[in-house]
Design a protein around this ligand. Sequence first.
Ligand SMILES: [Zn+2]
Length: 377
Amino acid sequence: MRPGFTVHARAGAARAGRLVTAHGVVETPAFMPVGTYGTVKAMTPEELESLGAQIILGNTFHLMLRPGAKIIAAHGGLHRFMHWTHPILTDSGGFQVFSLKSLRRISEEGVWFRSPVDGREVRLTPEDSMEVQLALRSDIAMALDDCTAYPATEAEARASMERSMRWAVRSHAHYYRPAAQEPAGGLFGIVQGGMHMPLRLASLDALLRLEWPGLAVGGLAVGESEQERLGVLESLVPQMPAGLPRYLMGVGRPEDIVAAVLCGIDLFDCVMPTRHARNGHLFTASGVINIRNSAFAADLSPVDASCDCYTCRNFTRAYLRHLDRCNEILGSRLNTIHNLHFYIALMRALRAAIAAGTLGEWARQFLAARRDRGAVA
Ligand SMILES: [Zn+2]
């Protein structure tokens, strides 16, 4: 079924909404933990559920290389393969291919790359990406796009954006091809155009010639400054259809998410909470702490006294630092539980503030608390 979206509360440009998919409802603004290889690292699906995760992201690039779409399709799709019964969004694989740089060549047809797993040459066209995502039976699939490098000249950004738009048309045509079975989900288009506003608006115009159940903003979180990113969002988002969910790909730090929600973004994904957890970087209301710091060796307090996650209710900073130093696997698990709880609680607080009409004041206090500490990662 195609995802449906309704907005039930607004605060300025920010909205609280409900995204309905075949695998359930996502209350927005929402954060999607990243499950690259069919697992959100170190978490069981039941743990994700108890943390309040509503939707997760799967990486098409990684899953097509290992174990391959066929094995996942033989399970009936990614939900059954990984035992996750709630919504899944899959990316197109484009971003990872473009991150390979030296390992790829691009043509109008698609992109060829050497598999980082076994060195064989692999092709990824818009049609290939749709085939894999259809086999994964994701609730939300993403069009294949050409990820514009940063920085890019106007001419480079234009050529890249125009290719993305041609690929969006091909992605759409293949995903919804008339002879095929109705897809399990819906396909989102991706606005590109780099930091160049006329190109961003041209990209949006091109996408809106087709019907999408949602739109994403791509090509951000690629090295641009916070001012550049906010500049794009503040100009672009008001032009996006109010009735469609808006997904900001790959962003980001808690303060970046708050700023983007204030601009009217509804969906987020980022590896930061899970990756940081495994590196001992833990999010708190006043900034990020590094649990490896010797200052925590005898610290009997929880990671964050204001946090009610399983980790903070039961373990001290000294214990978490000890687990990390001894390379104990439980350390990664407890850190991940805390960091995901932090992000999911942040989204819950944002939704509540939008509904209560207190978002402006809430955001001001949140951002001030993190700035005072000066430890923003
Ligand atoms: Zn906690």
